[in-house]
Design a protein around this ligand. Structure first.
Ligand code: GDP
Length: 424
């Protein structure tokens, strides 16, 4: 049985917490896309961790954590994260890395920085983790698979070839120091030595695991609205954030993904540039940011303050639909307990017409939010474990949003911890 845990919004919905929680019942947890450009924050009995590369299941003894072929693997960061876990008392996690995963090259990170500098005011707000240059090279067929890290001669030959175009850009476009084959070759061989204990044919392993009826979780990064096809292009990430891509980024049959848990946050936040219709500003935004998440809404990778907004039914319904949600996990609801009333964006007005359909970016740029206001519940709901114990206005908020989404909210998260969950 394969379940996907994916974001219905812009990311930072609390997927890490839901994965960590569901991992208790899982055998295998897989990351299938993205890289170290976003992070999951997880709070459990070992403390608080920001994971960027490792799957959120690494805290359990009984699970195997897998880095799938779809991931942008930053080897030194992977290592640092692994060692931090071990040094903080987490038993050595069982990890596998797909032999088909590709490696973030040191120059991908440089090119990400140089390009953002060059674009200046028109930059993408990249985290400068090398993700866009990485996926560009992957699809331009000049990327390096993990399986290539072990043969000095063919690595040298390929580096020589790839560096020709890289150096032309460095010299003539960016006016930066040129790259040399030999130091990069040594670095890649070192990467090979670092990952070699973990490398395997992940897709065959998963084929067998599925046949044995293992419980498998696919863990998504970011959310629908950052998908390069269905999100707010071009202010998106460079790999698909959709559950459907789990099949490709892990190497399993699409029909094996039986459950898709779309994680949806009870209000909105986004990092980086791009249209954000239900965004709020000023003192209201500051207060929500300060109270949000677990210790404030600041990027887990960059520490950047997140942009804040009220819940957006149009974007979230679209987000759930493109994920193919079978379940919605509604998260961080406890944070809203301070509000007298809670605005919700129920439709967009575009060129004088109201719509509940999420349009492509050109039209989205013109959208204005249509608000409806719900009464707040003015209490702390942390610690509540059953749905009918929630204050009436809180249930009204959940049920109002469930109706607007058109997908069942089967889990309500009311705190950052594993046990802060209400099943419906
Ligand atoms: P992810 O990338 O989707 O895993 O999300 P992040 O880890 O970036 O952001 C979620 C933040 O909210 C983390 O700090 C979590 O510890 C926290 N969090 C998750 N669920 C809840 C919840 O129900 N209530 C509160 N207060 N915090 C939560």
């Amino acid at each position: 049985m394969v379940k996907a845990i994916v974001g219905a919004n812009w990311g930072d919905e609390g997927k890490g917490k839901i994965t960590d929680m569901l991992a208790r019942e899982a055998d295998i947890i897989i990351r299938f896309q993205g890289g170290a450009n976003a992070g999951h924050t997880i709070v459990n009995n070992y403390g608080k961790f920001a994971l960027h590369t490792l799957p959120s299941g690494v805290f359990y003894d009984h699970t195997t954590s897998i880095i799938g072929n779809g991931v942008a693997l930053n080897v030194p960061l992977f290592f640092r994260e692994y060692q931090e876990l071990v040094s903080r008392g987490v038993h050595s996690p069982k990890i596998m890395i797909s032999d088909r995963a590709q490696v973030v090259m040191p120059y991908h990170i440089l090119f990400d920085q140089y390009e953002e500098e060059r674009l200046g005011g028109h930059s993408f707000g990249s985290t400068k983790s090398g993700i866009a240059p990485f996926y560009s090279d992957k699809y331009a067929k000049i990327g390096f698979q993990v399986s290539e890290l072990f043969d000095r001669d063919s690595l040298r030959e390929k580096l020589d070839r790839v560096l020709v175009t890289k150096n032309i850009l460095l010299e003539h476009l960016y006016h930066k120091p040129l790259l040399q084959t030999e130091p990069l070759l040594e670095e890649l061989l070192e990467y090979g030595r670092m990952v070699s204990p973990y490398v395997c044919d992940v897709a065959s392993y998963l084929d067998q695991a599925i046949k044995e009826g293992k419980n498998i979780l696919l863990e998504g990064q970011l959310g629908t609205l950052k998908d390069p096809d269905h999100g707010i292009y071009p202010m998106v990430t460079s790999s698909s954030t959709l559950a459907g891509f789990g099949s490709i980024g892990a190497g399993i049959p699409p029909y094996e993904i039986r459950q898709v848990i779309a994680v949806c946050k009870a209000y909105s936040s986004a990092v980086g540039a791009g249209v954000f219709v239900s965004e709020i500003f000023g003192a209201k935004a500051d207060e929500l940011r300060r109270r949000g998440g677990d210790g404030g809404e600041y990027g887990a990778t960059t520490g950047r303050p997140r942009r804040m907004g009220w819940f957006d039914c149009v974007a979230s319904r679209y987000g759930c639909r493109l994920q193919g949600a079978t379940d919605v996990a509604f998260t961080v609801l406890d944070v809203l307990g301070y509000l007298d009333e809670i605005p919700v964006c129920v439709a967009y007005e575009i060129d004088g017409k109201e719509t509940t359909q999420f349009p492509p970016t050109a039209a989205l740029e013109k959208a204005k939010p249509v608000w409806e206001t719900l009464p707040g519940w003015k209490t702390d709901i942390r610690g509540i474990r059953s749905y009918d114990r929630l204050p009436e206005n809180c249930r009204r908020y959940i049920e109002f949003i469930e109706e607007k989404l058109g997908y069942p909210i089967t889990m309500v998260s009311n705190g950052p911890g594993r046990e802060d969950i209400i099943y419906r």
